[in-house]
Write a new protein. Structure first.
Length: 105
C-alpha cells in the first residue's frame, strides 16, 4: 500500500473519530491554557504564540498515550503467558480429578 493511500485512510478514519470524541474537550483545554498564558503576559510583551501552545499540547498528548493508553492496550493485546509451573500444576490437578471420578464409578 502506498504511503499516500495509507495517509488518506488515516485522515478518513482516525481524524473524524478524534474530532467526534475529543475535539470539543481538547479545544476547551487549549483555550484554557491560552487564557492562562495571556493573563501572565504583560502589556508590551509578545502575545501567546499558538505554535508554542501546540508544542506543549503535542508533548502532553504523547505523554498521555505513553503512560495511559498504550500500556493498557499492550496488556490487553499481549497478556503475560502463564508460568510453566502454574500450567503443570493445573494439568496435575485435572489428572487427579479424573482419577477420583474413575474411582467413584
Amino acid at each position: 500500500m502506498s504511503d499516500d493511500i495509507a495517509f488518506k485512510i488515516q485522515l478518513g478514519i482516525i481524524l473524524p473519530k478524534l474530532k467526534d470524541t475529543v475535539g470539543d474537550n481538547l479545544s476547551s483545554i487549549i483555550e484554557e491554557l491560552v487564557s492562562i498564558l495571556s493573563y501572565g503576559t504583560l502589556d508590551g510583551e509578545d502575545k501567546v504564540e499558538l505554535a508554542a501552545v501546540k508544542e506543549i499540547i503535542m508533548k502532553d498528548i504523547e505523554i498521555f498515550l505513553d503512560s495511559n493508553i498504550l500500556p493498557a492496550l499492550d496488556a490487553k493485546l499481549n497478556p503475560p503467558e502463564p508460568e510453566p509451573e502454574a500450567a503443570e500444576e493445573s494439568a496435575e490437578e485435572g489428572e487427579g480429578e479424573g482419577e477420583a471420578e474413575e474411582a467413584a464409578e
